[in-house]
Design a binder for this molecule. Structure first.
Ligand code: NAG
Length: 494
């Protein structure tokens, strides 16, 4: 398979010295292979650093402790637990639920390759689903969708353990709908129900029953949570793509979890033709198409051929050498979608590459993008380039995973990581107290948030490692969640 970005001299060499070059590049690649197993363990460990609520005794990231213990109190409910989405202290359920769905999908597809990390992955999923279950069941007729006023939070630079900003509770209901956040929550609970099906049947049943109810609510009261909650979620996690993608995604996961034909009929009624070249916490069409194509590729079920076609059209928009590609790549061969936190798109799309490759292999299937023949190896190779880039195979030789490799981001945009821990600095650091001397300092962060993958390099493969530059230096749960599966995929065989 030709390298996606080749230069004329290497083409010339390969014409004349193909065999020689092959053996050289093979040796080079073998040496350069990252330690995927180490990266996998770290990528999951990261989630412990994002925990909200009461920290258990077996916590391995020990510079974090209890926080948000009164979350939900303003609505007279218990909404403790869950994850802070990124470098702040807010719980936003739309990205948190997407994180949960992707971690669960990773465990389902790649659990067999995770070895001892499967247990840690399940624990990371459960930390989110325990919270999401509370959000879905605490008050009949309401789905809680977040805790913490994001505007108040963003004015402060303080540790989660010191957080003293208003913990406003946000919800959607019949009169204030949120089909996007509800559809994603249903997807997360349904996907997690599959993860726990054999290991904790009772928990799995609760997850699935709740997923069904939340999906009904998403369908019965249609509307976007961005309209219902406006400045509480926008511009932070505004549902830019609308809610149809979450309805398709939720239905796809409920179909996989139940096999109930009613979800297939729902998918048909929602219609197809959802052209996209992105996959993220906001836009899930491509993920749903890949997930649904599984039935076409693995079971040869013709009813799902439409989704296979959609998934393949998506791949043709991503592959760099495809005639219908609409995806940019940096000189260093990193997929470059959008300048803010680009690695979130890289990890999410890479998950689809490895997973579609896996389905294609199982179904002994290839497809075409114009006259380009796409094999399982084509998708796997592109995925490997992306994963390897993140782990340091790039022009700067910089690993974008904190604590992995020799050279990694030292000044990540993350309140807990950048401020001294409670153990070393027991006195509270108030809202304003963190900016000077910590946030604006050039010093490296005192607490290493092992495994955190940051927003990543810019379009020129450059990375300033500047704490104030959140577009590049902020980690996020959904960046990591989508990377766990591909890391397990590559650590399984090598
Ligand atoms: C990318 O980052 C590097 C390092 O900070 C910087 O010098 C360069 O100007 C940036 N390039 C773009 C296109 O932003």
């Amino acid at each position: 398979m030709a390298s996606p970005i080749s230069n004329s001299s290497s083409t010339l060499y390969s014409l004349f010295f193909f065999g020689l070059l092959l053996s050289f590049s093979f040796a080079g690649r073998a040496r350069a292979n990252p330690n995927y197993r180490d990266a996998l363990a770290k990528s999951i460990l990261f989630f412990e650093g994002q925990r909200s609520g009461r920290i258990p005794a077996n916590q391995r990231i020990t510079w974090r402790s209890n926080s948000g213990l009164y979350d939900g109190e303003l609505a007279h409910v218990d909404l403790t637990g869950g994850y802070y989405d990124a470098g702040d202290n807010v719980k936003f359920n739309l990205p948190m639920a997407f994180t949960t769905t992707m971690l669960s999908w990773g465990a389902l597809e790649y659990g067999a390759r995770m070895g001892s990390e499967l247990g840690n992955t399940r624990a990371a999923i459960r930390w989110a689903t325990d919270y999401l279950l509370k959000c879905a069941t605490a008050t009949p007729g309401k789905l809680y969708v977040g805790v913490g006023d994001p505007h108040a939070d963003h004015k402060c630079w303080e540790r989660p353990e010191d957080m003293d900003t208003v913990r406003t509770v946000y919800s959607v209901s019949a009169g204030n709908p949120g089909s996007d956040v509800a559809g994603e929550t249903a997807a997360a609970l349904a996907a997690a129900s599959l993860v726990f099906r054999r290991v904790d049947r009772k928990y799995s049943r609760v997850l699935l029953a709740t997923a069904k109810k939340v999906m009904e609510f998403a369908l019965e009261h249609r509307g976007s949570y961005s309209d219902s909650l406006s400045s509480a979620v926008c511009p932070f996690y505004c549902s830019y793509s609308g809610y149809k993608d979450e309805l398709v995604w939720g239905a796809a996961w409920l179909l996989r979890a139940t096999n109930d034909v009613k979800y297939f009929n729902l998918l048909k009624s929602l219609g197809g033709d959802d052209v996209t070249d992105i996959f993220s916490w906001d836009n899930k069409f491509a993920g749903a198409h890949v997930l649904l194509s599984r039935r076409s590729l693995l079971n040869n079920d013709k009813n799902f051929d439409l989704y296979k076609q959609e998934a393949e059209a998506f791949m043709c928009r991503i592959l760099p050498n495809s005639p219908s590609s609409s995806t940019k790549y940096t000189q260093g061969r990193l997929m470059f979608k959008l300048p803010e936190s680009n690695l979130q798109y890289v990890t999410s799309i890479t998950f689809l590459l490895t997973t579609y490759s896996k389905y294609m292999s199982a179904g002994k299937h290839t497809f075409n993008c114009g006259n380009l023949v796409v094999t399982p190896a084509s998708l796997k190779n592109l995925a490997k380039i992306q994963v390897d880039y993140i782990l340091g195979v790039n022009p700067l030789k910089m690993s974008y995973m904190v604590g992995y490799g020799k050279n990694f981001p030292k000044r990540i945009h993350h309140r807990g990581s950048s401020l001294p821990s409670k153990a070393t600095h027991p006195q509270a650091i108030a809202c304003d107290g963190g900016f000077q001397p910590f946030f604006y300092s050039y010093n490296p962060n005192p607490n290493i948030l092992i495994g955190a993958v940051v927003g990543g390099p810019n379009q020129s493969d450059g990375f300033p490692d500047d704490r104030t530059d959140y577009s590049h230096s902020e980690p996020a749960t959904y960046i990591n969640a989508a990377l766990v599966g591909p890391l397990a995929f590559f650590s399984g065989k090598h």
